[in-house]
Every structure is written in C-alpha cells, then in structure tokens.
Ligand binder design. Structure first.
Ligand SMILES: NC(=O)c1ccc[n+]([C@@H]2O[C@H](COP(=O)([O-])OP(=O)(O)OC[C@H]3O[C@@H](n4cnc5c(N)ncnc54)[C@H](OP(=O)(O)O)[C@@H]3O)[C@@H](O)[C@H]2O)c1
Length: 315
C-alpha cells in the first residue's frame, strides 16, 4: 500500500485509512484485532478513531475505541510504524460539544491516556464550534503541537467557508492550519437538504477547495454501509435519485464484468480521484474486498460515464 502526503502537514498516511469506529463495540475485540492485523499485514499503517467511539451504542456509555486501538498497538509493538488519528469536539457522556481551549486541552490529555501514547499523529476537530472564536481554537491546537502532544491537525464536518477562514487565520497568525478534512463522501451526492444529524456531507465546493489548497480529503462512510455490493441493503433514501441509480448501475455492471464486488470498485474509484477512503468492515471477507480496491480500476469507458454524472459540468 502506498503512503500519501497528508496535505501540507509533511506527514504521510496510507492511501486507505482504517476506520475503527465499531471495533471493540459491535465487533468483538478479538475479531477487531484480526481485522487490524489483516490491514497491517497488507501494508496499512493509518488508523482512525475518536474520543467518543462509540458511546452512542447502547451498553457502551464509556469510550472504548481509543483504549482498544492502544492495546492493539502495544501488543503488536508497532507504534513507530503507524499513524494514529483521533478526534475531539463532539459531545459524549458529560463532555459538552465544543472547541474551547479548556475542552481541547482536557480531551487531548484523555485521548493520550486512553491510547497509551505520548503523541497523536493527526488530531481532528470532529465538528465545528461557532460559539468559540476560531483564533482560540487554533491557538489551543497550536500549543499542543508546540508541546509535542500532537503532530498535525485536521477538521471534520466543517463548512467550506469555515475551513477556509480558519486556515487563512492560521496563516496570518503563524498557527498550525488544518491539513486534512474528513467529510461524509461517497460516489453518490445526497439530495439537497438531506439530514445526517451532526454529520456534514462533503459539497462540490469543498472538493474544489481541498484540491486547490492542498488539503487532504478523507472520506467517511464511502460505502454507505456496503449496499453497492450486497442484496440485503438498498440505496439509502437520502441518495435515491435517478442520477445516483445510474451511478450504482454502472458500478454493479462493471463489477459483474470484472468479477469483483461493486464495493471494491467504489473504493478504487474514490482513490483514483485523489481522495483517501476510510475503509472498514466487520469480517475479513469485507476487509479483503475493500483492500482488493488497491489492485483494480474501472474501465476507461465506465470511468468517463461515472465522472460525467459525478462532477458538475464546467465550461
Ligand atoms: N468524522 C466523522 O464524523 C465520521 C462519521 C462516521 C464514520 N467516521 C469514520 O469512518 C469510518 C467508516 O465509516 P462507516 O462505518 O460509516 O463506513 P461505510 O463504508 O459506510 O460502512 C461500513 C459498513 O459497511 C459494511 N461493509 C463494509 N465493507 C463491506 C463490503 N466489502 N461488503 C459488504 N458490506 C461491507 C459493514 O457493515 P456490517 O458490519 O453491518 O456488515 C461495515 O461496518 C469509521 O470507522 C470512522 O472511523 C467518521
């Protein structure tokens, strides 16, 4: 698996990042370790978690994800080889939502303890905070970089203008900018005004911003729960449009021609667009299909048709 530069941070991460949101929760810790071993053995070195994983699942009111990832890293003795990304800013338990200085310092110390690490490679603001001045947030993050507790910064679920404003401010004040954006992004565009709760889908203009400002774009929920390649799930209602149905048909048809799961080709196509997909799975078979995306691509004809539907037409 190739390493790719994460924006202007100087840090690199694997071209497929492993999402561990339900590891140790919906997937047992033992099976999760097998899935992480599988990813690692194929060359994967980029792991994604968050301080709140997954406290919204009944029976898991305390965070589990960071502890679990920390235990795996320790047991495999691979700290020096891996890039660890975590996030803070969403509410959980008695921790409120926000990016105030006090919350940032408090949550990062807790994450370091849970992970059992001295440094977080990539720290995301999990969501924006319109009530805290952006300068306060950026200064707090920068102080953590200076202290060696964090190596680089990312934003998640940010509107384009807020990300652009933050990064301009960082440049002006000599603070660390966000070098990555983690956004809800697949090969289908959601219907206008779809509601995903606190999750913010990527927009056409955020793609443009990231490309031109060299901000790495990491895509969460790229498979929309895997429905492209399975018969027990259907296209989510928020994505059910004639244009999207045609894109799904193209991926499935191409999958039949190449004898591959449409999920494999979806991940492969997203990678070919310069995005970094967050892959995950609850079985080795799913992980295998997702990682097989490294060695395949859609045909040029199919690629043209998908691009035509996916990208807005420009003069
Ligand atoms: N920044 C944020 O706000 C945010 C939000 C959400 C997620 N994330 C990150 O993004 C990662 C991925 O998100 P996600 O879980 O929503 O991703 P997803 O790709 O939409 O869905 C993953 C689920 O799809 C199914 N699946 C995966 N591969 C499959 C395959 N090859 N064939 C059939 N089914 C397959 C599995 O469901 P079953 O287990 O039910 O079979 C799997 O748990 C998370 O782990 C987390 O790190 C970040």
């Amino acid at each position: 698996m190739k390493e790719v530069l994460l924006g202007k941070s100087g840090l690199t991460g694997s071209e497929l990042c492993l999402g561990t949101m339900y590891f140790g929760i919906k997937v047992s810790e033992e099976e999760s370790f097998r899935l992480m071993d599988y990813y690692y053995d194929q060359g994967g070195r980029f792991f994604d978690t968050a301080n709140k994983y997954a406290t919204w699942v009944p029976g898991f009111s305390e965070p589990v994800g960071e502890y679990m990832l920390g235990r795996w890293i320790k047991s495999r003795g691979c700290r020096k080889d891996v890039v660890v990304a975590t996030k803070m800013g969403f509410p959980y338990g008695d921790v409120p939502q926000g990016l105030s200085r006090q919350l940032i310092l408090q949550e990062v110390d807790k994450s370091l303890t849970r992970l059992g690490l001295e440094q977080i490679d990539l720290l995301y603001a999990h969501c924006d905070d319109y009530n805290t001045p952006q300068e306060e947030t950026l200064e707090a993050f920068h102080s953590l970089i200076k202290a060696g507790k964090v190596k680089s910064l990312g934003a998640s679920n940010f509107q384009t203008w807020r990300l652009a404003k933050s990064n301009l401010l960082a440049q002006e004040k000599g603070l660390t900018p966000y070098s990555c954006l983690q956004a809800r992004l697949s090969v289908l565009w959601p219907k206008v005004n779809s509601n995903f709760g606190r999750q913010l889908p990527a927009s056409v203009d955020v793609l443009d911003y990231c490309k031109h400002e060299n901000v790495a774009l990491l895509c969460y929920s790229p498979l929309l729960q895997g429905f492209f390649g399975r018969t027990d799930r259907t296209i989510p209602e928020e994505y059910n449009t004639p244009q999207n149905q045609e894109i799904v048909r193209l991926f499935r048809q191409e999958g039949e021609v190449q004898n591959l799961s449409a999920n494999t080709l979806v991940i492969s196509w997203m990678r070919s667009q310069g995005f970094i997909p967050l892959i995950t799975g609850s079985t080795i078979q799913q992980m295998k299909e997702n990682m097989d995306s490294l060695s395949c691509s859609v045909s040029p004809d199919c690629d043209d048709k998908i691009k035509d539907l996916y990208y807005p037409h420009q003069e």
